[in-house]
Ligand binder design. Sequence first.
Ligand SMILES: Cc1cc2nc3c(=O)[nH]c(=O)nc-3n(C[C@H](O)[C@H](O)[C@H](O)COP(=O)(O)OP(=O)(O)OC[C@H]3O[C@@H](n4cnc5c(N)ncnc54)[C@H](O)[C@@H]3O)c2cc1C
Length: 324
Amino acid sequence: MRVSVVGAGLGGLALAQGLRGAGIEADVFERDPKISARFQGYRLVLNPTGFQAVRDCLPTRWHPLLDEIVMDASAEQLVLDTKLNEIGRLGAGRTGIVVDRQVLRHLLLTGLTVHTDAALTGYDVLADGQVQARFAHRDPATADLLVGADGITSAVRRVLSPRTAPTDTGVRFVIGRTPLTDEFAGLSKAYGSKIAGDGVSLLLGAMRFRTPPKQAAERLAPEVTLPDIGDYVRWAMILPSNGNGSPAELTAQDAVLSRMEGWHPELRALIEQADPDNSTLLSIRVVKPGERWASGPVTLLGDAIHATSPTGGNCATPTCCAAA
Ligand SMILES: Cc1cc2nc3c(=O)[nH]c(=O)nc-3n(C[C@H](O)[C@H](O)[C@H](O)COP(=O)(O)OP(=O)(O)OC[C@H]3O[C@@H](n4cnc5c(N)ncnc54)[C@H](O)[C@@H]3O)c2cc1C
């Protein structure tokens, strides 16, 4: 059996790893011209079931490495005002495992056959029941099963279920990261907390790797190459859809700073010193359940059929592992 997986996001790669582990051949086709073509690095919280699903997709020899490049989700959930005074408690935090998406993606890429610059444009189900995928810049590929793991704008979904389409809620999610230097140690009670401003909230979460990913891979699984990144603070602000949303011309940092007049100087410094390559402004879109599609050799997985909220912490990878 041969499977074509469209999309080298977390879902498609986890599926391909799971298939590889089950002895099933899989090719991954990715639209981006290269794996590192765009912003991919933010912190994800996976619930324990989801994290276990990721482990189950990976060879057991990589489990010690996986465990070394994550952290436990913080249980502290305070509400602070913009001067960092405690004004409430949200109760115990979610139990979960925190991973860096870029680091996890590199682990998931290891050992797979991934074709980049391969944007799917359509597919045809052949008379013998196989499916042939068509691409913009490469020859068609034939497989027994085609899985659209090509994210919220899925080209596979457009053919399989054309009336199922995402809607832009108008809400904007600004996310970025700032190296976790000594300068920001004093902010530690704010990590895992919500800073409540005037009509907006800033969410801060530290990413502290148990071992820096590159060193962990060199020591525990030399065949894996992981990015050379250190600890950081992930910050995020949701800008409501009320006409006051961030103008498109603002950078992610400026969009957040424009809502932080008079805030504690360390909070402003945290945003000012962010890594611009890993800070971005995203649209929150939803996909309403649509028509059922006919059974056949084509299916969908992950955000292609279920738009996952950036704040839900549930579905970055489990669906694909279930499919595997
Ligand atoms: C800021 C942010 C924070 C988040 N935080 C969390 C969290 O804490 N916990 C959690 O569980 N989830 C979180 N999520 C959601 C989670 O990241 C997604 O659900 C998950 O990454 C979706 O994976 P995917 O593989 O389905 O899609 P994607 O990661 O979107 O991957 C799709 C891939 O398909 C490629 N592609 C697109 N079109 C084509 C085409 N025509 N041909 C070939 N390739 C194509 C794309 O280039 C991309 O590489 C967050 C999301 C965001 C944006």
